[in-house]
Design a protein around this ligand. Structure first.
Ligand code: CAA
Length: 291
């Protein structure tokens, strides 16, 4: 299958990162979001991040300009009429994703593929709301998308081999490596990563350590590039909580219960870096622990 035009739904941190790597890999990209402000911010972020790659000699100025020129933005799903693949990267909320996917399909070419960047929700269930479960699969990118090498690939029960091969090839052309996961709650990366983050929040909640000691312990004691609480703020505490809910409900095991402190932070609107406050306060140049 010849893929040239890629549609991306959602211009948040994942959607803009996916647009960044797709455009640099030579694809025409249409980035769609209902919020005009999200699109303006996404374009500024993509430019800033490619500029950083130019300043480090990883991308040439001509390639940057050509990549930026390949990105079109807008708010209408009808913009995807000629897309070969649409990658859904909306908020990690099943109702939102289902309703978006339902509205999307009438606008697509008959042979267009759909990939979802969900980090935890059942691919089979999302595929079932579309008219093409055989042409639907999970393509889970990691944050920050331009830096992280992995794309996790997940087939739904109905995904056909042609679709799998096309999305696998696309991932490789984007310069990524792949790991294949079965369609179970949170797949591989988040099945392992999120319980660790949740346990770090319990460690804080029970007073075993403070924010700084927990993050230092894992950074220096296990060689993690970021401590678990710093990473939680980076992912977004709302996303962390919704993945824990998917694990807890999907696997019906109390070991996945979300820590009440994580729930409290989300209820307070302290969602991490994106809202300026989470386990750290980001108001000053150097983040300050909030506990
Ligand atoms: N775009 C382009 N390049 C970027 C970038 C971005 N958004 N962010 C960082 N970089 C580049 C920098 O330019 C730099 O490049 P060089 O190696 O050429 O110098 C390199 O990445 C390292 O960046 P920094 O020196 O600024 O910062 P750092 O060394 O502290 O690394 C980090 C930053 C890569 C984010 C690192 O801290 C890290 O790996 N953290 C862990 C990230 C992680 O675990 N992500 C997965 C989250 S889980 C997930 O995404 C799944 C889910 O569904 C929840």
């Amino acid at each position: 299958m010849n893929i040239q035009k890629i549609g991306i739904i959602g211009a948040g941190q994942m959607g803009s990162g996916i647009a960044h790597v797709c455009s640099l890999a030579g694809y025409d990209v249409t980035l769609c979001d209902i919020k005009a402000e999200a699109l303006t911010n996404a374009l500024a972020t993509i430019r800033r991040n490619i500029d950083r790659q130019v300043s480090r000699g990883k991308v040439t100025a001509e390639d940057r300009d050509a990549a930026l020129a390949r990105i079109t933005t807008g708010s209408e799903l009808s913009l995807f009429a000629d897309a070969d693949v649409v990658i859904e990267a909306a908020t990690e909320n099943e109702e939102i994703k289902r309703s978006l996917l339902k509205s999307l399909v009438p606008h697509l070419k008959a042979d267009a593929l759909i990939a979802t960047n969900t980090s935890s929700i059942s691919i089979t269930r999302l595929a079932a709301v579309t008219d093409r479960p055989a042409k639907f699969m999970g393509m889970h990118f990691m944050n920050p998308v331009p830096v992280m090498k992995l794309v996790e690939l997940i087939r739904g029960i109905a995904t056909d081999e042609e679709t799998f091969a096309a999305i696998h090839d696309l991932s490789i052309r984007m310069g990524k490596e792949t790991a294949v996961a079965e369609d179970f709650p949170a797949f591989i990366v988040n099945r392992i990563l999120l319980p660790m983050i949740n346990e770090a929040v319990y460690t804080l909640y029970e007073g075993v350590g403070n924010v700084e000691s927990i993050d230092t312990a894992l950074r220096l004691g296990a060689n993690h590039p970021m401590g678990p609480l710093e990473l939680a703020d980076f992912i977004g505490l709302d996303t962390c909580l919704s993945i824990m809910h998917v694990l807890y409900e999907g696997l019906a095991d109390s070991k996945y219960r979300p820590c009440p402190l994580l729930v409290k932070y989300v209820e307070a609107g302290w969602l991490g870096r994106k809202t300026g406050r989470g386990f750290y306060d980001y108001a000053s140049e150097k983040p300050v622990p909030t506990r």
